[in-house]
Design a protein around this ligand. Sequence first.
Ligand code: M6R
Length: 322
Amino acid sequence: ADSCFSDFYRVLCQTEYIDIIACGTAFHAGLCAKEAIERLARIPCEVTVASEYRYRDPIVKENTLCIAVSQSGETADTVEAVKLLKERGARIIAVTNCGFSSVTRMADVVLPVCAHAEICVAATKSYIGQLAALYMLANRLRPHEAKRELLNAAAGISDVLKERQKAVSFADMCAGSRAVFFLGRGSDYGAAVEASLKLKEVSYIFSDAYPAGELKHGTLALIDESTLSVFIICESTVAEKCVNALEQVLSRKGKAVVVTCLDDVEERLCGKAEVWRIPAAPPALTPMLSAVALQLLAYYTAVKLGKDPDKPRNLAKSVTVE
Ligand code: M6R
């Protein structure tokens, strides 16, 4: 990976704009990466679903870098969108779990995710690997520091796994709910959309995700005692605003649970909602930890409902046709 990073630094030094292109879970990794890249590398970054991008007539500015995120490297929409960006002069970095693929063949640099083969349809370890690779990428000016932070985050993931009993009790609440909403702000929003996809994909419970500030612009109308709202609150600058939104849910008799790494959130809630404390991490890395907690939630909910989480109905591991 070191040689790949030095190639990457060369490319990134000339980069003025970044377009992240991906589908599904890889797109959600891109949403978290945008937060990290803009925060740490200070390069403007857009994230677009590949199936939308490929049918646009995009303005690709000079010195644009396309980051194509794809576990398989064979997703048809991602391949076509990357082709378009390449034709219009963008340089391409492929963030992928498969060394040789249609996407890697078009790439100037390949950043391997190294998550090993992922057999189950639901992307889980490849998503965590994508977040880690994209975090390294965002940290181009301090790679050694970033490596240390990633190692700490890996230790934090082990701690989350030890607390899996929390996921079992949250799963009871999920399984008995008519709908589950995931809410967060900043990089917690990226974590929320992925958590929502994972839950609906393996449990077939209706689920959606919103930036927590959007709650009062419509979704609040759906909240009642039959819904569960899962708040992810790891962004300290907007934590208080998320707690306010949570109180709105509780006052409509909605059920709510919280995943947080912040001391004051637990204190402020004073037992009004169940809390899963996860280890602290730098803000751009907390989605790696909350994601594992929420993958466990999806897993135990599916198991509780008698569904096979490895083989969701109607879905294929790799979507190679439109
Ligand atoms: O192979 P890719 O990363 O390009 O696949 C993209 C999506 O099809 C994929 O992430 C899908 O959303 C997941 N299997 C969901 O868990």
